[in-house]
Design a protein around this ligand. Structure first.
Ligand SMILES: [Zn+2]
Ligand SMILES: [Zn+2]
Length: 380
């Protein structure tokens, strides 16, 4: 059988049967040594049993790695828990992404292929979702808000199960998929929200999983998906949002020498040097994500955001002498759900269904089992 087909089938049957998800714990390319420690329960490999609180160091050499005191040269290792509540942690004092304050449930696979180290944690879907919610939304919110976050993170995860199939796992642990660092603290609001929304997914009018994008703060109005990326989704359209206006990331300002911006436009964007740039920048007196024009050329706000690392592409300018003042709104790409707006909606008593419908127009909630019913019907 084709190896990719086999991986696809394994990923899919795994999620259907046990509701487990495999997460690639990246990036480990340059990690030469790290420590595996059991926090509760015991773990087992083909070669040894790892008792509670036991620490084992994994050292990476050219073409192989070793574990603990053993000199056996390994290229892969599977660590499995002996009971379902067993937890482990990974740490390395020299690495910013390996911290002992995070714990993981489930199995750990360590692979070294072409001298590239891959770590895969396979854990129950609810455990994964709790970790993602902690990383993406913190631990200070109420259960209703976490229900919203649980549904959108579950929907997103199930939409992208095959994204990393060639690396042998479902999703990575970075912003490319969803941030997942394991569990930092036990938070009963998060656990409750994941449990209460069990199996709930957000779908569009054709019962297809919705592309549940979210961002930190929309600055008062969310953005059409097609203005940020190329694909249009009817439920990812611009929505007025008054809920986020008093939150931390609602506005921002930046001050910079005009010469720095001129350099960017003349050298990176090819704007002719004889044009007086400030005359064009001054025209943006209302904050907007719209592209702006210099002569007949169109320059999009996203490129400027990226070039100067601004929090959003939603801004206006003023020019005073040799200084450019940027007044910005929001934080993030602005498409889909505004997290800070949704948080405020939950504080004022709005329920998760209403919050989801506010940001994702004309979407529906569906149980996972019903989704397969619709999709199977469509395949006939
Ligand atoms: Zn990814
Ligand atoms: Zn907002």
């Amino acid at each position: 059988m084709n190896v990719y087909l086999l991986i696809l089938l394994l990923c899919f049957s795994q999620l259907r049967a046990q509701e487990n998800i495999s997460v690639g714990l990246n990036p480990f390319e340059n990690t030469k040594a790290f420590t595996f420690k059991t926090l509760s329960g015991t773990y087992q490999t083909k070669y040894l049993k790892i008792s509670k609180s036991k620490q084992l160091s994994i050292k990476v050499y050219t073409g192989y790695f070793t574990i603990g005191e053993s000199t056996q040269r390994l290229t892969s290792l599977f660590l499995k828990p002996n009971d379902k509540n067993a937890r482990f942690t990974l740490f390395d004092s020299r690495s910013s992404h390996l911290k002992s304050s995070y714990s993981y449930q489930g199995t750990l696979t360590i692979k070294l292929e072409d001298n590239k180290l891959t770590l895969i944690n396979t854990c129950p879907l609810p455990e994964y979702l709790s970790g993602v919610i902690q990383a993406e939304a913190g631990t200070e919110e109420n259960t209703e808000y976490y229900k919203v976050q649980a549904i959108i993170c579950r929907t997103y995860a199930l939409s992208y199960l095959f994204r990393h199939k060639e690396s042998g796992y479902n999703l990575c642990n970075t912003v490319h998929c969803q941030v997942f660092k394991g569990t930092k603290v036990y938070n009963s609001n998060i656990t409750k929200a994941v449990k209460k929304t069990k199996d709930l997914l957000l779908v569009d009018q054709n019962a297809q999983l919705a592309h549940t994008l979210f961002h930190s703060n929309c600055g008062g109005e969310t953005e059409y998906a097609q203005n940020v990326w190329t694909s249009e989704k009817h439920y990812l359209s611009a929505v007025k949002d008054s809920f986020c206006s008093n939150k931390t990331h609602a506005t921002w300002t930046k001050k910079m020498p005009l010469s720095e911006v001129e350099l960017y436009f003349h050298h990176q964007m090819g704007v002719p040097k004889h044009l007086n740039l400030s005359d064009y920048l001054k025209k943006r007196v209302d904050a907007s994500r719209a592209p702006f024009f210099i002569e007949k050329e169109c320059y999009d706000s996203k490129s400027l955001r990226k070039a100067f690392n601004w929090p959003s592409a939603f801004f206006k300018f003023s020019v005073e002498n040799d200084t450019l003042q940027v007044y910005g709104k929001g934080f993030g790409h602005g498409v889909g759900l505004c997290q800070e707006g949704a948080m405020v909606m939950s504080y004022v008593g709005k329920k998760y269904r209403e919050i989801l419908r506010h940001y994702y127009k004309d979407t529906h909630l569906i149980r996972k089992k019903d989704l397969s019913f619709f999709q199977e019907k469509e395949d006939e």
